[in-house]
Each structure stands twice: as structure tokens, then as C-alpha cells.
Write a protein that binds this ligand. Sequence first.
Ligand SMILES: Nc1ncnc2c1ncn2[C@@H]1O[C@H](COP(=O)(O)OP(=O)(O)OP(=O)(O)O)[C@@H](O)[C@H]1O
Ligand SMILES: [Mg+2]
Length: 145
Amino acid sequence: MPVRTAETRGPAETETLAAGLAARLAPGDVVLVSGEVGAGKTTFVRGACRALGVRGRVTSPTFTLARRYEDGRVPVSHLDLYRLEGAPPEDPAVLEEDLGPGRIAFVEWPEASAVPTDPGRIVARVLLEHRGGDRRAVRIEEGAA
Ligand SMILES: Nc1ncnc2c1ncn2[C@@H]1O[C@H](COP(=O)(O)OP(=O)(O)OP(=O)(O)O)[C@@H](O)[C@H]1O
Ligand SMILES: [Mg+2]
């Protein structure tokens, strides 16, 4: 699985890296986005969504597990599993559509719970780390699990 690591110097650079990944995504693909609070997970997802043609607000889902963006070139789901705190979703069927073949899905806090998807759908794992100030290390591991 190829791994690339870069250091970004602000949110715009993180969005640009994400756009590069987005160009290689297709419906059914799942991207896991890890990192501490404020590391830039949502910023990364926003950059990918913009590259996929999503124009509306891209913010972390807070009161729901998933947000859906339907105005891009492909349907996109944006999940945040933080709220699950280790418990599996009450009803895994609620995420079936989001993680299914018809959409690209980005998952923040994937370590908070088992991601209810076929592991073969996970095409990339992203890890963001604070490097002081506006610097972030961005590690992108791409390819079949
Ligand atoms: N190099 C950078 N890359 C990404 N974000 C950066 C960078 N430098 C500064 N920031 C800022 O850091 C913040 C990252 O917030 P963001 O919501 O993307 O983080 P998050 O990892 O999703 O946090 P949470 O765990 O709360 O969901 C934003 O305010 C963003 O502007
Ligand atoms: Mg977030």
C-alpha cells in the first residue's frame, strides 16, 4: 500500500492534498480520516468534497453520524463516529447506505467504532498530526487493504 507523507503549513495546503486524493476516488470508496481533535480531519474532508464538486457547507456531523452531500459529481457521505464512543451503531443499517456502493464516504474518528463496511471498500487511510502552529503532518496510505 503506497504511503505518502507531507507537511502542510495551513488549511489550504491540507485541502489541496485532499483534492489530489479525491481525484482518484469512485463511488463505493471509503476513506478513513484519523487524528486528534483539531488536527484537520474536517478540513481534509472539505478539500476532498470541494474537488468532487460539493459547493455547500462541509462541517463535521455533530448531532447525526453522517451528513450527505448530493450536489457534487458523485454522492458523498461524511461520517463522524466520535459520538459512538466505542459502541457499535445502535442500528448498523443506518450507515449501510452511506457506506454502500453508490457513494464516496469519508469517516472521521474511525477508531471510535468498527466501521460497518466491507474492508475491501476502504481505499485510503489518512492520518493528520499537529506539528505546532498551523503545521500538520498528513500521511495518506492508499490502496487495497
Ligand atoms: N495545516 C493545517 N491543516 C488543516 N487545518 C489547519 C491547518 N492549520 C490550521 N488549521 C486549522 O485547524 C483547524 C482544524 O479543524 P478541523 O475541524 O478540520 O479538525 P478536526 O480534526 O476535524 O477536529 P475534530 O476532532 O473536532 O472533528 C481549523 O480551524 C483549521 O483552519
Ligand atoms: Mg472534524
